[in-house]
Ligand binder design. Structure first.
Ligand SMILES: [Mg+2]
Length: 168
């Protein structure tokens, strides 16, 4: 178990993470954060680009799985349903339980799994603690909440360090 806050690469968006490159690394499962990773806060419909990325993952034999901390009733599950992917909501990242439940449900090991998310202290920390490779994406939209800018500033050193050894 590692308490590292450093991601394995920082990507402009999930769709910049190559399904083929992941498959070549032996990845079978992509755990994805919802808010500011797949869509902006409050948006309920997956974009065409995200649907195409899910399809490209599937074509490489990689499952996409929504692992969200959202406590909005129904939000993660209804989004996952629209993408036709499995889901755990109110996941409690950076706790490991949600990561382990997801991997157990999908029958994969931590070294076959990556986590894609926009936050250091939930997505990256939780993945590292669980032995899952953390891939960081740039938050889609910080606007609307001053707290997000403050958190982003605090995260900056870890984002910079994460650029040095990208996973794919
Ligand atoms: Mg997020």
């Amino acid at each position: 178990m590692s308490f590292s806050l450093i991601p394995r690469g920082v990507y402009p968006a999930v769709t910049h993470i190559s399904p083929k490159a992941l498959a070549e690394k032996g990845v079978r499962l992509v755990l994805a954060d919802l808010d500011n990773t797949l869509v902006p806060y409050r948006v309920t419909e997956p974009s065409r680009a995200v649907r195409q990325w899910r399809d490209a993952l599937a074509a490489e034999g990689i499952a996409l799985f929504l692992l969200s901390n959202s406590r909005k009733p129904g939000r993660p599950h209804s989004f996952a349903q629209k993408l036709d992917i499995p889901c755990i909501g109110h996941a409690g990242k950076p706790k490991r339980e949600g990561f382990f439940r997801a991997m157990e449900r999908m029958g994969v090991t931590p070294d076959q799994t990556v986590m894609v998310g926009d936050q250091i202290f939930t997505d990256v920390l939780g993945a590292n603690r669980s032995g899952v490779t953390p891939l960081l994406v740039k938050p889609i939209r910080l606007a609307g909440n001053p707290g997000r800018y403050i958190r982003y500033a605090v995260e900056t050193p870890f984002r910079l360090l994460g650029r040095w050894r990208p996973f794919v």
